[in-house]
Design a protein around this ligand. Structure first.
Ligand SMILES: *[C@@H]1O[C@H](CO)[C@@H](O)[C@H](O)[C@H]1NC(C)=O
Ligand SMILES: *[C@@H]1O[C@H](CO)[C@@H](O)[C@H](O)[C@H]1NC(C)=O
Length: 406
């Protein structure tokens, strides 16, 4: 076809036609299919996606950018709002990152209200090429690799059904979001891939993470600093490092965490189950409060229940100075299943800021390995204990300077 072969020379005319068509499509419901903006199967989609996004975002009636089935290359894409109307990005195809690590996010969406990201498509981060360069788990100043889906300052929005595969860094990162739901998303990376957190949330509020399956090399979900009203429900996790609040206190400018509920989750062969972790010698002093974990199933989990205020992997901190983060109003309820280590419940709070109002109820964990009977160790905490307690909660003191979890 003449139009296709002369695509480049005819581009200005083409865009003119498209923007004329836009008026009609906006009136009639507005689907902006990237293939009508020059995206070709197996070709790079970055340019067409940006043009389709700009047109859709300018539409005064609700619009949709559609990436149909097929495989496409994608380079760092920055899709910005604010948009004039609600907007949907429907991904049905597979978007492949370049193996060469570049930029800080593969797909960056920012300053958008009423966004829907949907579709059965795959964001393939092509992580293998990056993981060997990733040393951020080893040192403070490190090579930053691109995350796969970065959501910055997104409000009243939903991300559903998509898959994130083999990210080079975090799979999905939320920053400054409010009222955002992640539903029925799949996240997959190998157990040994560094820093590939499934979903990281910071400086956000009213976030729901629901019905999501995560298998990765780092935390399945990490709730960082400065967060409010976070709900995590019906999530499966494993392999990975579990569901964590923290780590908190590593950097200045961090603010409080208030209101995190983790419920109806299943963790399988993870290195931690549900965890709160803060750094000793922390820069910030702020509270972390109102955090609840309930109806959780553990299968072969190494540290099923853990508060670790001595979190200091690879000796990146001064372990002698206790954490200044104040933890309070925490509950662990109805947590059952199997532990892969003997110390199944470990609550190690700060010597200078002991945990307060910790409640532990109906814990039923078993351990069948060779380290002796199942047990629970505690420091600087006096929890209220009710219901079943297997192991006996806080049956022994935690060793001073015990090993850090990862
Ligand atoms: C949250 O966002 C959803 C999806 O856009 C919307 O339907 C709902 O009204 C919002 N809730 C609040 C409290 O703004
Ligand atoms: C238990 O989990 C460990 C990883 O922590 C894994 O290597 C091992 O294969 C798992 N065992 C079973 C029986 O699943």
């Amino acid at each position: 076809m003449g139009l296709r072969s002369n695509f480049v020379t005819l581009l200005p005319l083409f865009l003119l036609l498209v923007s004329n068509a836009k008026g009609q499509s906006a009136a009639g419901g507005g689907v902006f299919d990237v293939t009508s903006f020059g995206a070709k199967p197996n070709g790079d989609i970055t340019g067409p996606l940006l043009v389709a996004w700009k047109d859709a975002c300018a539409s005064t009636t609700p619009s949709k950018v559609l990436i149909p089935k097929g495989s496409y290359g994608l380079s760092q894409s920055n899709l910005k709002g604010p948009c004039k109307s609600p907007i949907e990005l429907q991904i049905e195809g597979t978007l492949q990152a370049s193996p060469d690590p570049k930029g800080d996010g593969l797909l960056l969406l920012e300053y958008i209200d009423q966004l829907t990201v949907s579709g059965t498509g795959v964001l393939d981060g092509q992580g293998k090429a990056g993981w060997e360069k990733n040393d951020c788990h080893l040192k403070k100043i490190c090579t930053k690799l691109p995350m796969t889906l970065k959501l910055n300052f997104i409000t009243n929005s939903i991300v559903k059904d998509i898959t994130s595969l083999d990210s080079k860094n975090y799979h999905i990162n939320l920053l400054g979001c409010k009222n955002l739901t992640i539903d029925h998303v799949t996240i997959t990376a190998p157990e040994n891939s560094p820093n590939t957190d499934g979903i990281h949330v910071s400086s956000s509020e009213q976030i729901n993470i629901l019905n999501t399956n995560i298998a990765t090399g780092d935390d399945c979900i990490s709730v960082g600093d400065t967060n409010k009203q976070i709900v995590i429900s019906d999530v499966t996790c494993g392999p990975g490092h579990g569901i964590s609040i923290g780590s908190l206190g590593k950097y200045s400018k961090e603010k409080e965490v208030v209101g995190v509920t983790v419920k109806k989750c299943k963790l399988t062969s993870t290195t931690n189950g549900v965890r709160i972790k803060t750094w000793p010698d922390s820069v910030g002093t702020f509270p972390a409060t109102d955090m609840h974990f309930e109806d959780i199933e553990m299968v072969n989990v190494s540290n099923p229940i853990i508060i670790d205020q001595e979190y200091c992997p690879w000796n990146q901190c001064n372990r002698k100075v206790p954490s200044k983060i104040k933890i309070s109003k925490v509950s662990f309820k109805n947590i059952r299943g199997t532990s892969a280590t003997a110390v199944a419940v470990k609550i190690v709070c700060s010597q200078s800021n002991p945990c307060e109002e910790v409640e532990v109820a109906d814990i039923d964990l078993t351990y069948s390995g060779s380290e002796g009977p199942i047990k629970s160790q505690c420091a600087n905490v006096k929890p209220v204990i009710t219901g079943k307690q297997n192991p006996p909660i806080c049956g022994e003191p935690a060793p001073i300077d015990g090993p850090s979890t990862d």
